[in-house]
Design a protein around this ligand. Structure first.
Ligand SMILES: O=C(O)C(=O)C[C@H](O)C(=O)CO
Ligand code: ZN
Length: 278
């Protein structure tokens, strides 16, 4: 079964007036993983979809949703999936892909039948991003062995982390989707500091492996006018093209980043020096 919701895009001057509840309502995506459900949020930020699929006892078929007005979900879209749970299986037009935790699958435009399956043991948690696509590229699995790995940050600044580029154009051909995952090394809590914006692309962050009873405080907003959202494990947050996206946890954690927009240039960022943030 599929549940879906819709989010309009916000002007930065309007977002400044949002209180805690409105910020959470417009940007935070709280319940991505419900047993035997696919949960999708269609946003007007580059028409980016954020979702989750958690097959436990049933196989979950990716059906179209009303906002798409297309016979099949991927008739005009591409999709990236990263598993953050137990081993799982995705079948795309009859071809079976096994995904361990932290492995990714890119599914190209025009795939007709996509099904999410559990295996024995801990259920998989398939985190989903999807963006409009104008060209068909082959479906491809990307494991951590194929990832482009970058070491970032420094213990001194509590931001040492390992960034794994998974669905990026040096590894997989995509139209506009880029995805990867970043792991904070134990004792380190700050992600994406120095923070940045990229007006050519929107982004969504999905925090996982956050310890029970702990939190990640996600910072958003224009660099001179920031706001925060406290987040729990397995929650996602939309980052408009005008917003920084950075966070500090009360423990170390991991997160998936996903982007779509004007270019596929990962390095196209406007850096905000920490001492200039407001
Ligand atoms: O740890 C980081 O820094 C990131 O993971 C940054 C994201 O990849 C990003 O914001 C890309 O634009
Ligand atoms: Zn970014």
């Amino acid at each position: 079964m599929i549940t879906h919701e819709f989010r309009y895009a916000s002007h930065p001057e309007d977002a400044l007036k949002y209180g805690t509840d409105e910020l959470r309502k417009h940007f935070l995506i709280e319940n991505l993983f419900k047993d035997d459900m696919i949960s999708l949020t269609y946003s007007m930020y580059d028409r980016f979809i954020v979702g989750g699929a958690k097959p436990v006892k049933k196989n979950l078929k990716l059906e179209t949703i009303p906002y798409l007005k297309s016979a099949n979900f991927l008739d005009r879209r591409e999709m990236g999936v990263i598993n953050v749970g137990g081993k799982g299986i995705i079948i795309v037009d009859g071809v079976k892909y096994e995904l361990d935790k932290k492995e990714a699958l890119y599914i190209g435009k025009n795939a007709k039948d996509v099904e999410f399956l559990s295996t024995a043991g801990t259920p998989p948690l398939f985190y989903i991003n999807s963006a409009p696509a104008h060209k068909e590229f082959p479906t491809k699995k990307v494991g951590k062995d194929n990832a482009e790995v970058i070491q970032l940050g420094d213990e001194k600044y509590a931001n040492r982390r390992i960034l794994n580029k998974l669905i990026v154009n040096s590894i997989v051909n995509t139209c506009q989707l880029q995805m990867g995952l970043t792991e904070l090394v134990e004792g380190n809590v700050w992600n994406t500091m120095p923070a940045h914006t990229h007006e050519r692309r929107m982004e969504a962050y999905f925090y996982f492996d956050v310890e029970d009873e702990q939190t990640v405080c996600h910072f958003m907003g224009q660099p001179q006018n920031t706001r925060h959202i406290f987040m729990k494990n397995n929650q996602a947050v939309l980052s408009p093209e005008w917003s920084i996206h950075s966070g500090a946890g009360t423990c170390n954690y991991s997160f998936v980043w996903g982007m779509a927009g004007e270019n596929l240039d990962y390095g196209d960022m406007d850096i905000c020096p920490p001492n200039q943030l407001k």
